[in-house]
Structure formats: C-alpha cells, structure tokens
Design a binder for this molecule. Structure first.
Ligand code: CP
Length: 303
C-alpha cells in the first residue's frame, strides 16, 4: 500500500482491506506510537466535517506527525479563484500525504492524478467515502465476529449516500445479503446494484423500515442529505422518511448492531443511544484506529 492513493474502496484489494483492519486492531491496543515524527499530513476540507477531519488529525497527531491544512476553503486561495489543480500541486510541496474532502464527484481521482504525494479521499460528493468504509468494516467485524454471511440493511439516502456506495462495494466480497430501505426517490444507484449482481449476491428493496428489523445483523442508518438536493421541496418530502425509535427494536436479533456514519439529524431518536445495540459513537471512535493504520501503511512505516 506504500505510496498508493485511496480514492475508491476498490483501489485497495480485499486482502489490503483486511490488512488495514488488522493494523487498526494493533493501534486500538496501543494508539500512541510516535512512528510518523518525520512526516507532515495535509487535511484539505472543501466541505464540512467533524469526524473525518478530526479523527484523521487525531490519528496523525497520536503517531507524532505534524498536521497542516484548512477546514474551510474560503480561508484558502480557492476564494481568490485558484483551481483545484494548482492547490493540489502547491500543497504537494508542503507535505507527505494529502487527505481531501470535496463536494464534487471525481475530484479526489483528479487530485490523485496531479499530486506528487498520495491522496486519501475523505469523501467526494455523492461518490465514495472509502476510509469510512474501512471503519465500518472494522465495526461490523468487531461486533459480529466476521464479515461473512451477514444480513445488512442500509436505510435512508441510498442514492446520494457515499458511505453506502463504498460499503456495499466492499461487502460484495463477503457473501452479504443486502436489504435496501429507502424512499422510491432515493434508491441505490443502478451502477452499485449491478456490482451486487455481478458478484451473484442478493439484494431486496423496501420502503418500510420495520419490515427488515427482525431479519438483519446490521442496521446501517443514514441521514437524508439536504445539501445534495437541487430542489428544497424534494428534500421536504423525504426528510422524515425513517425515524428509528427504541420501541421499534423489540423484535431485533440479539446480535443486531445499529451503525450510522453520522452526523444524524432526526433519523435515530436519542432514546436509542442507551440501547446496547447502538454502536454509532464507538464506530466513530474506530475511525481513529483505521486512519492511523491507513497513514502508517501508505507512508510505508508499516508493511
Ligand atoms: N462520517 C462522516 O463523514 O462524518 P463527518 O462528515 O463529520 O466527517
């Protein structure tokens, strides 16, 4: 993985995904190791973030690296009209690796083609969020004991949900049965469903959330993303489509765990937070260990 960019989850092989999960386990047991003291990491966030940016910065800092960057592109020369190409070429001079989030699909691939250092995609529009996928896989494996033969429900905005797109692709290697719960307007894109079919796996589509709860091992809730709608009225129609409440979990399997990439708005009520099946805040913590593993592997400090 040394010097490789991670733009799509498929840029790394299934064996490399597992290696990152194993490394993350090592960092979970010993998070403070100053193995990146000679490195500078740039975090360029052209779109808002709490978890991804801060967990990358926490991961880098705990490993002894220096962090530079911006969390708001309006404080950079982008505001003066600088192109993405020029920004990336310039920042490549100042660091050993760039973590970038951008609202435009394909921007991370473009950045990886012009950068002189590896690029990690921290989310490009509605396309992919591969580091979230790795922490989701880590969370699933940790709570279920395996990634194989699971029933996994994805709920909410499956059309624009980049975390959903990259996680579905990664789980196609593990004989997953997919349960896709969304409003008709927000179904999983055909290209991602084709990926499932090509692996000879099964998916079922639903509009009713309650129907899937007794069947599944993982309930992966997502936010309906207001910022992806061009017409605010379309968002108003679906914004309350799914609201998971504690009372809805009575018939759930004992091993069910609820994941959510966060932030949440209204799709999980706070009475679920105390249910032992709620795993989303621990899932966010796992992001630190996964990002430590990615930084160390891509910088070639571990094999
Ligand atoms: N899960 C995730 O990408 O969260 P942030 O938008 O807060 O980074």
């Amino acid at each position: 993985m040394k010097n490789k960019s991670l733009v799509s989850i498929n840029d790394f092989s299934p064996e490399e995904h597992i290696r990152i999960l194993e490394l993350a386990g090592i960092f979970e047991n010993r998070p403070k190791q100053r193995i990146l003291e000679d490195y500078v990491i740039a975090t360029l966030f052209f779109e808002p973030s709490t978890r991804t940016r801060l967990s990358f910065e926490s991961a880098a800092t705990r490993l002894g690296a220096q962090v530079i960057g911006f969390s708001d592109a309006t404080s950079s020369s982008v505001r003066k009209g600088e192109s993405l190409r020029d920004t990336i070429l310039t920042v490549s001079n100042y660091c050993d690796l760039i973590v970038m989030r951008h609202p435009r699909e394909g921007s991370a691939r473009f950045a990886s083609e012009v950068a002189r250092v590896p690029i990690i995609n921290a989310g490009d529009g509605a396309n992919q969020h591969p580091t979230q996928t790795l922490l989701d896989m880590y969370s699933i494996r940790k709570t279920q004991g395996s990634l194989d033969n699971l029933n996994i429900a994805f709920v909410g905005d499956l059309k624009y949900g980049r975390t959903v797109h990259s996680l579905v692709m990664a789980l196609c290697h593990y004989n997953t049965t997919f349960h896709l719960v969304s409003p008709l307007e927000l179904k999983l894109p055909s290209a991602v469903k084709l990926h499932i079919k090509e692996r000879n796996l099964t998916y079922h589509q639903y509009t009713d959330l309650q129907e899937v709860i007794p069947t599944v091992d993982i309930l992966y809730m997502t936010r309906i993303q207001k910022e992806r709608f061009s017409d605010p009225l379309d968002y108003e129609k679906v914004k309350m489509a799914y609201v998971l409440q504690n009372s809805m979990l009575i018939n759930a399997k004992p091993n069910l765990r609820i994941l959510h990439p966060l932030p949440r708005v209204n799709e999980i009520t706070t009475d679920v937070d105390d249910n032992p099946k709620a795993y989303y805040f621990t899932q966010a913590l796992n992001g630190v260990f996964i990002r430590q593993a990615l930084l160390a592997a891509i910088l070639g400090v571990v094999d």
